[in-house]
Every structure is written in structure tokens, then in C-alpha cells.
Design a protein around this ligand. Structure first.
Ligand SMILES: *[C@@H]1O[C@H](CO)[C@@H](O)[C@H](O)[C@H]1NC(C)=O
Ligand SMILES: *[C@@H]1O[C@H](CO)[C@@H](O)[C@H](O)[C@H]1NC(C)=O
Ligand SMILES: *[C@@H]1O[C@H](CO)[C@@H](O)[C@H](O)[C@H]1NC(C)=O
Ligand SMILES: *[C@@H]1O[C@H](CO)[C@@H](O)[C@H](O)[C@H]1NC(C)=O
Ligand SMILES: *[C@@H]1O[C@H](CO)[C@@H](O)[C@H](O)[C@H]1NC(C)=O
Length: 547
């Protein structure tokens, strides 16, 4: 009897909850599957979801803590949502992304007929006419995703020069939500900040050298930096075709894997994608909580402990060691050390960095000029890198922060695909891939290398074009000493997150996702600390008055 009464009571509470809309997911953390379930259930629709994200952006982006994570919201997002709601009612969802809002880094081009600008953060590209969506955006739309808007970024994907990460002329200085004024890292700063506090369901970033990995680490989110050639760069404002790659930034490995499944694939407009194995792997099959069991993981200690590369921060070292212990308990075999043979000569690290700089600077000039020449109209009259440099000099109040060094000028001075360039490509590949990551993996029969994200972790993968999956690892303690890293930013700082990197060979995303998912599910670090309360938006799904 007591039991019956109890269950009756529970039933009543449940009914009350439904009408009071308590079952709605909290958008700070809501996963794609939470949102998809609510949409499918009719608890809310995509119009309400987009409105809720817009309200959250409104609260914290330029007002309050002024995170400056979002550059533009999409004037047609609500229209897209309405059409996708209607389609769902008739035919059901197209994919797991049907009706799910996605925020795009500002360098990821969208057809200008929609109203959004695509500028890499620079005023020089404002109102430039982008004839069509980039391939990844076409794929998102085909899957039924809603383009929510454009995220701020380090201008020209941090290729602008010696300016603080997360700064752009158009966006100003974006900031970390875990400590206002802390470095959000870049260049996919806004994508990571916005995702970290639920201003969007998920976002896309791009990485050339650390630009998904580092902001994911600093903002407590999951980033997948895919192998160069897994996702098309067609329509994306470039740095270097040898290193650029588009990838998801999400609050969970599962969400990131869902987005990667949609955007990966061969594209005739980006011939690097022809190198990817077919058929394309099913990333969702990698979501296995036992994924660390029997896995062989190596620690490239030598680079990790190099003070000048990582700071050799005792706090980071302890957090990393605890993660290693967890993985060992979960059945992973840890090989420590498992160094990249090429790092035996410390000078090689500098050689790799120099090779990378030359390749990036040379590619940037050629590929940016190519990108600009494909735009039918650019109202600022900028048609080449030289024009961009002139534009900046003529508009210093918009584009030239105090004391910066102009990297664009260095790129302009490169001399095309000459012998030094091809040598740099070969040297980089040899040191980072052949005698670097691949040699370390082969020497110990490893599935992946692991490193804390701050510091060295992204460098060999950048030059090799290899993948990284980053997941939350820890948060800097409250008594950490802050250091200035820009006119408006500090790092580290109390409560600032840091991530753990799983590093693999070309097209090993399935393996890396498996390892990262198992670690994430075991540790569930993300919610152990939240953003500062001023940066946590209060707006939630509002379904009051729905019929
Ligand atoms: C694109 O930039 C133009 C010029 O500043 C502006 O009028 C327009 O509103 C921008 N688009 C969006 C969606 O914000
Ligand atoms: C892509 O095309 C360029 C130009 O035709 C060629 O040089 C390059 O080798 C191709 N790359 C791949 C991976 O097919
Ligand atoms: C640490 O890395 C720097 C930069 O590559 C290098 O110059 C230095 O020799 C390295 N130090 C050690 C102890 O390996
Ligand atoms: C610019 O550089 C000068 C010389 O190094 C320095 O004195 C000044 O404080 C710097 N200004 C800013 C805003 O960082
Ligand atoms: C911060 O606090 C921890 C734990 O109480 C302590 O071990 C560490 O020495 C402190 N660090 C600083 C810089 O005060």
C-alpha cells in the first residue's frame, strides 16, 4: 500500500513536472541526443531552441561579461528552424543533426545571400560576396542542421601577427568564460567559448597549428582536429592546404563524433580529401566505455618536460599523471617514455617550427590570393594579400592594435613554391611524421600518444597533418599565479580549464575517439567546475504558452 501510494505520488510529480516544463534540458550542457529527444517528443521545437540560444548569446556576448564569442547571428536561422520543424512533423528527422543549431568559425564561408559575413575576423572582407556555402556547411545543411551564426576568432586564424589569441578587428578581444579576462586561446576562440557555456549546441572550428586543440583545452570542451584531408576545406578562408583542417568543437565526444560523421568525406573541390580511406569509418561505433581496455598509449616525455615548450608546470604534470593512472586502471598499457625519435636532437624542434613557418607563410599568400580571386565582389576593394596589408595600414583604428608585429607582411615577402619551400615540406614531414609520430607509434606498437594540451602537443600533428582529439582534463587551482599574455588577457588563471590530447597517425580518428570517449565517460571532468556565474546565461528553453 505504501509502495502504491508512493508510486502514485511519483506519477503525480511527473505530470506536474511535464506541465511545468521541468523536463526541458539545461542548455548549458544539453547534448545533441538530449535535444533530439526533446524535439522528437514535441517538448520543444527548433524555433524555440534557436530563440533560446539567441537569448543566451544576447545575455553574455556584448553585455554583462562581454565574452565576444559570437560575431553575427544568422538572420535566417529562425526561418530554417521553422522549415525543419515542419519537415520533421511530416517525415521525421533526416539525421541526428536535424534541427540542431551549429555555430561556425567566421572563416568558414557561407553563401552571402543568407546575410552572414565570412571574414576571418577582418574588416577587409566585410560584405564580401561569397558565391556559395563551403562544402562542410553544405553537408551540415543536408543533414538538417541550422546555421546559428558566426563565431569570433583570432583574426586570419592567428596569422595576423603578434596579437593576443581571440582578438580580431571585427570581434575585439574575446574572453574565457571560466575566468573573465583569461586567454581563450585561438584561433577557434569563439567556437570554443560559445560551446563551453551553451550558446550553441555545437560548433565548427579549424586548425592549422593548434587552433581547435588549444581553445578546446582552455574552454573545457571536446575538440576533434581531423587528419588533413578528412574534411573538405573548400570555401574556408585558408592558411595552408598542407595543414588546414575543419573539425567539431562540442561538449562531449559523442556530439563531436556526430558532427564529424556529417562533415567528413571526399570532395572533388579539395583533392586532399581523395586520400581518405573508403568507406568512411563509422565514428559512432567508436563510442565504447571500455575503449581503453588493452589500448597501448605512449607518453613523449622528452618534449613534454621541456621547460621552454610546456612550462613544465607542476600542476599540469600532476593532473596529467592522474589521468595516466586512471587510464592504466581502465586497462590501458602505458609506455613511458615513448619519445618521437626526431626529438632526440633538441635542435630538430626548432627546425620543425621554422619549416612550418615557411610552408604556412608561402601557402597563405598563394592560397589567400586564390580565395580572394574567387569572390565575385569585395566592397573594400581588397583583392590580394598586398591589398589586405594596405587596407590595415589605412584603417589602423580598426585593424592595428598597439604594438603588434605584422605577420602578413612576412607572408607577402615569401617567394612562392621554390626549392626552400619544398625542402621545408619534406623536412617537416620527416621530423614530425616519419621519424616523429609514426616512428614513436611503430617502435612501441602504440594506438596513440597522450599529452596534456598546453604546450608541445599540437606541433608535430600540425606539421604531419595528423589528428588529435582533446577532452577536458582539469582546471587550474584557485591559487595559481596569473601571467599577462596580451593587453587584455592572462594565462593561466584560477579555474581555467586544460585538456588532454590523444594523438594518432593519419586517419586514426576512430581509434582516438574510442580512447577519448572511454576517458571522458570515466572521468566526467567537464561539469566538475562551471564557468563564472556572470558568464552562465540564465535564458533557457521557454515553452510557456505552447499548445
Ligand atoms: C554583415 O556585415 C554588414 C556590414 O557591416 C552588416 O550590415 C550585416 O548586418 C552583417 N550581417 C550579419 C548577419 O550580421
Ligand atoms: C591536388 O592537386 C594538385 C594540383 O593539381 C596536385 O599538385 C596535388 O598533388 C594533388 N594532391 C593530391 C593529394 O591529390
Ligand atoms: C627545449 O626546446 C627548445 C625549443 O625547441 C630547444 O631549443 C631546447 O634545446 C630544448 N631543451 C631541451 C632540454 O631539450
Ligand atoms: C608597447 O611597447 C612599448 C615598448 O616595448 C611599451 O613600453 C608599451 O607599454 C607597450 N604598449 C602596450 C599597450 O602594450
Ligand atoms: C596552491 O595550493 C596547493 C594546494 O593547497 C598547494 O599545494 C600549492 O603549493 C599552492 N600553490 C601556490 C602557488 O601557492
Amino acid at each position: 500500500m505504501l509502495f502504491r501510494l508512493f508510486s502514485l505520488l511519483l506519477f503525480k510529480v511527473h505530470v506536474v513536472c511535464r506541465t511545468a516544463a521541468i523536463l526541458l534540458p539545461d542548455l548549458y550542457e544539453a547534448s545533441i541526443s538530449d535535444l533530439q529527444a526533446g524535439l522528437q517528443n514535441g517538448d520543444f521545437d527548433s524555433v524555440e531552441l534557436v530563440s533560446a540560444y539567441f537569448a543566451r548569446i544576447e545575455e553574455v556576448n556584448l553585455k554583462g561579461p562581454q565574452l565576444r564569442a559570437v560575431l553575427e547571428i544568422n538572420p535566417s536561422a529562425l526561418g530554417q528552424a521553422k522549415a525543419l520543424d515542419a519537415e520533421r512533423a511530416i517525415r521525421g528527422p533526416r539525421t541526428k543533426l536535424h534541427g540542431i543549431p551549429v555555430l561556425l568559425k567566421d572563416s568558414i564561408g557561407t553563401a552571402s545571400t543568407e546575410g552572414l559575413n565570412s571574414t576571418a575576423g577582418s574588416f577587409s572582407l566585410l560584405k564580401s560576396v561569397v558565391p556559395e556555402d563551403s562544402t562542410v556547411v553544405k553537408k551540415l545543411r543536408q543533414a538538417g542542421a541550422i546555421i546559428l551564426g558566426k563565431a569570433s576568432m583570432s583574426e586570419w586564424a592567428q596569422f595576423r601577427g603578434d596579437v593576443a589569441a581571440g582578438w580580431s578587428g571585427r570581434g575585439g578581444q574575446s574572453t574565457n568564460a571560466y575566468f573573465l579576462g583569461a586567454d581563450p586561446c585561438g584561433s577557434s576562440s569563439g567556437s570554443a567559448i560559445a560551446t563551453s557555456i551553451g550558446l550553441t549546441a555545437v560548433s565548427l572550428g579549424t586548425e592549422t597549428s593548434g587552433s581547435i586543440t588549444c581553445p578546446s583545452s582552455n574552454n573545457n570542451v571536446v575538440g576533434i582536429k581531423p587528419t588533413v584531408g578528412l574534411t573538405s576545406r573548400s570555401g574556408v578562408i585558408p592558411i595552408s592546404e598542407h595543414q588546414d583542417t575543419v573539425g567539431p568543437i562540442a561538449r562531449s565526444v559523442e556530439d563531436a563524433a556526430i558532427v564529424l560523421s556529417v562533415i567528413a568525406g571526399i570532395d572533388a573541390r579539395d583533392n586532399f580529401t581523395s586520400t581518405q580511406p573508403q568507406p568512411i569509418s563509422d565514428f559512432m561505433k567508436a563510442l565504447d566505455v571500455n575503449g581503453l581496455k588493452g589500448a597501448r598509449l605512449g607518453i613523449p616525455r622528452r618534449a613534454f618536460l621541456n621547460e621552454s615548450l610546456t612550462g613544465n608546470d607542476p600542476f599540469v604534470n600532476v593532473a596529467f599523471q592522474m589521468a595516466v593512472n586512471v587510464m592504466r586502471e581502465m586497462g590501458a598499457v602505458i609506455v613511458d617514455p615513448a619519445d618521437l625519435p626526431s626529438t632526440e636532437d633538441p635542435e630538430n624542434l626548432n627546425t620543425v617550427l621554422e619549416a612550418e613557418s615557411l610552408v604556412e607563410a608561402t601557402d597563405f599568400k598563394i592560397q589567400l590570393n586564390q580565395y580572394l580571386s574567387n569572390l565575385p565582389q569585395i566592397p573594400t576593394g581588397v583583392h590580394s594579400l598586398a591589398d589586405v596589408i594596405n587596407f590595415n595600414d589605412k584603417n589602423p583604428n580598426l585593424e592595428e592594435p598597439v604594438n603588434f608585429t605584422d605577420h602578413l607582411v612576412e607572408a607577402q615577402e615569401t617567394n612562392g613554391f621554390n626549392q626552400a619551400y619544398f625542402e621545408a615540406l619534406t623536412t617537416g614531414r620527416e621530423l614530425a611524421a616519419t621519424n616523429g609520430i609514426d616512428a614513436a607509434l611503430a617502435a612501441h606498437d602504440l594506438d596513440a600518444l597522450i599529452l596534456p594540451a598546453p604546450g608541445f602537443a599540437f606541433i608535430p600533428s600540425a606539421v604531419a597533418g595528423y589528428p588529435i582529439v582533446t577532452v577536458p582534463l582539469d582546471f587550474y587551482p584557485d591559487n595559481v599565479t596569473t601571467k599577462s599574455v596580451g593587453p587584455l588577457t592572462v594565462y593561466p588563471a584560477p579555474g581555467v580549464p586544460l585538456g588532454l590530447c590523444f594523438i594518432g597517425t593519419a586517419f586514426s580518428e576512430v581509434e582516438l575517439i574510442r580512447l577519448a570517449f572511454a576517458f571522458e565517460q570515466k572521468t566526467k571532468t567537464r561539469l566538475k567546475r562551471k564557468a563564472v556565474s556572470a558568464a552562465v546565461p540564465k535564458a533557457q528553453l521557454d515553452v510557456v504558452g505552447r499548445v
